[in-house]
Design a protein around this ligand. Structure first.
Ligand SMILES: Cc1cc2nc3c(=O)[nH]c(=O)nc-3n(C[C@H](O)[C@H](O)[C@H](O)COP(=O)(O)O)c2cc1C
Length: 376
């Protein structure tokens, strides 16, 4: 199968190489840095080598209101297609051999993006040897920790190959994304890209995606950290909001089962029990008056109240600490989200080496502060 493609592709490659004579021709417009404060917004992130994906993104931008971010390799001027695609092939092989290692991924220019503002992320990428282009893989490897529970749309541009390998790469790199139906645009239908995009936006019901997100957020203050919770769209979260409208609520919580901090809030909320298998960050109502913050997994019949944004199991465990804690709940609106900061009051953006946003500088190990790699 691959060898059929290789022969065909060599012919087609000559043709498309003619369309990318120099690096200037491949230069992309500057990323749109007018990033609004609206959490329901869409981010389009793209990489393009020979401009096909960029043309797709340009048409998409005329159809949706979105911020656009371009991924650019740190090493400029590479000819990925030279010598039968040697560089592209080598980069992809390196990733395939060791997908968990950051050093397997080609370096990209640092990006300044606050993912918490976006409900939907559209990833637009070329297909390289039936996989996702290496530079886009780097972006997802670094930033997917901030894409959990977001709607993920994948648009793939290829010459002729099908995109299942790219979809598999996307799901590996963004394991907690809510994937929408993907869009494949190949060489044969590239000219019809605008109508394909219009149909795709209808298929994924783009217009109603924003309504999946409640604009209401809650802040959990614990051990001097503020955690942002996107509240569930149910009567239990609504009754908690009503309660918090009277002011912040403080309660004591303890560890249970090595998977949660739980405490009685002293008020009864309406229940919407269902069988749930928890993930780190889930905020759950148990027996009407206990609020559980999950840092681990448990399956039980209880009520979902919300989900803490962008924290991993180990980050949450570290924030919550061992033993009893005092927790204060208050309501936040999406507009207050950006005022929530790490406990030291600094406005630093701190990330783990895997790109997970951290609420604080870790006690040891490598971390990234304001785009600079540091070690403690
Ligand atoms: C390194 C490399 C490998 C590629 N491998 C394939 C392939 O396996 N199948 C295919 O149909 N197209 C392949 N292509 C072609 C691109 O997917 C296609 O030209 C795409 O439209 C390029 O998007 P861009 O212009 O945004 O870079 C490859 C291109 C490159 C540079």
């Amino acid at each position: 199968m691959k060898s059929i493609f290789s022969n065909l592709y060599l012919v087609m490659a000559t043709l498309f190489m003619m369309s990318c004579q120099n690096d200037e021709a491949n230069a992309m417009p500057p990323a749109d840095d007018d990033i609004s404060e609206n959490v329901n917004k869409t981010l389009i992130v793209y990489y393009s080598y020979t401009n096909h994906t960029e043309e797709i993104v340009s048409d998409l931008k005329s159809l949706v209101d979105a911020d656009v971010l371009e991924v650019e390799p740190t090493e400029k001027g590479l000819d990925y297609a030279a010598n039968n695609y040697r560089i592209g092939t080598e980069q992809l092989t390196k990733i395939k051999d060791n997908p968990e290692e950051e050093s397997s991924y080609p370096a990209i220019d640092p990006v300044d993006v606050d993912m918490s503002k976006y409900n939907t992320v559209i990833i637009a990428t070329p297909l390289w040897w039936s996989q996702m282009s290496s530079n886009m893989q780097t972006f997802l490897f670094k930033y997917s920790g901030m894409m959990a529970n977001k709607n993920i749309g994948l648009i793939v541009s290829s010459h002729s190959s099908g995109i299942s390998g790219v979809e598999a790469d996307a799901k590996r790199l963004v394991p907690n994304g809510k994937f929408l139906k993907s869009l494949w645009i190949n060489n044969a239908n590239h000219a019809k890209r605008k109508s394909l995009l219009e149909q795709w936006l209808k298929d994924i019901e783009y217009a109603s995606l924003g309504s999946n997100v409640t604009s209401q957020t809650m802040i959990i203050n614990v051990n001097s950290h503020n955690l942002i919770v996107d509240l569930a769209d149910n009567s239990s979260a609504a009754s908690l909001i009503d309660l918090l409208k009277n002011g912040p609520l403080t309660y004591e919580a303890h560890d249970y089962g090595d998977f949660e901090k739980v405490g009685d809030i002293g008020h009864s909320l309406s229940e919407n029990n269902e069988q749930i298998t928890t993930e780190p960050g889930d905020v759950i109502l148990y027996q009407g008056s206990n609020i559980c913050i999950y840092y681990g997994t448990n399956s039980w019949n209880f009520t979902r109240l919300g989900k803490i944004r962008g924290v991993t199991h180990s980050e949450l465990k570290e924030i919550l600490g061992d033993g009893n804690v005092t927790i204060t709940l208050s309501i936040g609106s999406t507009s207050s989200v950006n005022t929530v900061r790490a406990s030291d009051g600094s406005s630093s953006q701190i990330y783990s080496i895997r790109g997970h946003k951290l609420a604080f500088v870790p006690e040891s190990g490598i971390y990234i502060e304001n785009g600079v790699k540091k070690m403690r």
